[in-house]
Design a protein around this ligand. Structure first.
Ligand code: ATP
Length: 306
């Protein structure tokens, strides 16, 4: 019996590993819609970060310039720091360069000038594998596999036991949603199963990322409209992440990032303002007008609904 069990167990392990690898790759490319253009240096070292509790996970963007094509610069000299366990949000109009910042942090491209340091190490000098292992991504759109919702979440960390998966479900505020499904957490989702809304999918992505427990989190907030329940859950999930991980939030809804430690306002590849929500409102600059515009938009939406 044991002889039979061992290979099956091993095959199961290989299967889970492959699925997890696929999810990670899919998440990165799904979020970033791009292919890696960089190679590891010969003898590149691994990124040295202890874990999410380390005080040494600060991220520094130093004089960073980048363009996808040589004749069109997208990021025009960025300088900012995300201190260990801080949450920094980037806001700005469409095409300002927000996602490009995330792509460079994951080293899908190298900057044309300047550098990015994590824990004092230039990400150009470390292996891409170790860099991406250290970063959890909550992409805008998550692919779900044709499996139970519980197993879909376990993809974030195939080694996690059931109680860890359950904990991630609770942290991502999926427990109530799951309790209403016909077969609870055994309900099949994905291609041939239940279809989830954009907000529910993003919460699955949050649970997966939380299960991975990386020192660094990139949160790419969904642009598609979210129902108010999902929006509240995502806001709470960002709050949950805050203070535990060094996190970068690419924000489309300003309401979700009012509590970020620092908000960076990006316009045409340059930082035009930075500060806390209140500091930026007091400045009455670009952030304040974005805030006003979004609030007017949402109160109009509410009035139309009523
Ligand atoms: P949004 O809020 O609409 O997602 P964003 O601020 O995230 O916008 P980016 O996706 O970073 O903006 O894009 C910044 C600029 O770079 C845009 O003008 C975009 O057209 C351009 N760009 C993005 N990806 C590529 C690419 N792979 N090749 C060439 N140009 C690109």
């Amino acid at each position: 019996m044991m002889q039979l069990f061992m290979p099956l167990n091993f095959l199961g392990f290989v299967y889970r590993e492959i699925r997890a690898a696929l999810v990670n790759i899919e998440q990165m490319f799904g979020l970033l819609a791009t292919k890696p253009k960089v190679e590891d240096q010969q003898n590149a070292a691994s990124l040295q970060l202890d874990d999410s509790t380390s005080e040494n996970n600060k991220i520094e963007f130093i004089d960073l310039r980048f363009g996808y094509q040589p004749d069109r610069e997208i990021l025009k000299g960025l300088n900012f720091t995300i201190e260990s366990k801080q949450t920094v949000a980037i806001v700005g109009g469409s095409g300002a360069g927000k996602s490009t910042v995330a792509r460079l942090l994951l080293r899908f491209y190298d900057p044309t000038e300047g550098k990015i340091l994590i824990g004092g190490q230039n990400i150009k000098d470390v292996t891409q594998g170790s860099l991406r292992q250290a970063i959890g991504i909550v992409p805008q759109d998550t692919v779900l596999f044709n499996d139970s919702i519980f197993e879909n979440i376990r993809y974030g960390n195939p080694d996690a036991d059931d109680s860890e998966v359950q904990n991630a479900i609770n942290l991502a505020h999926l427990d109530e949603f799951i309790s209403q499904l016909p077969n609870g957490s055994d309900t099949l989702v994905g291609e041939r199963g239940l279809k989830l809304s954009g907000g529910e999918k993003q919460r699955v992505a949050i649970a997966r990322a939380l299960l991975k427990r990386p020192p660094i989190m990139i949160f790419d907030e969904a642009t598609s409209s979210l129902d108010s329940h999902s929006e509240a859950a995502i806001l709470e999930a960002i709050e949950e992440i805050s203070g535990h991980y060094t996190s970068l939030v690419i924000a489309h809804r300003l309401s979700t990032i009012v509590n970020a430690d620092v908000i960076l306002v990006l316009e045409d590849g340059q930082l035009v303002e930075s500060g806390s929500h209140q500091e930026l409102l007091d400045k009455q600059g670009m952030y304040a007008s974005l805030w006003q515009r979004q609030n007017q938009g949402s109160s109009k939406e509410k009035n139309q609904r009523n």
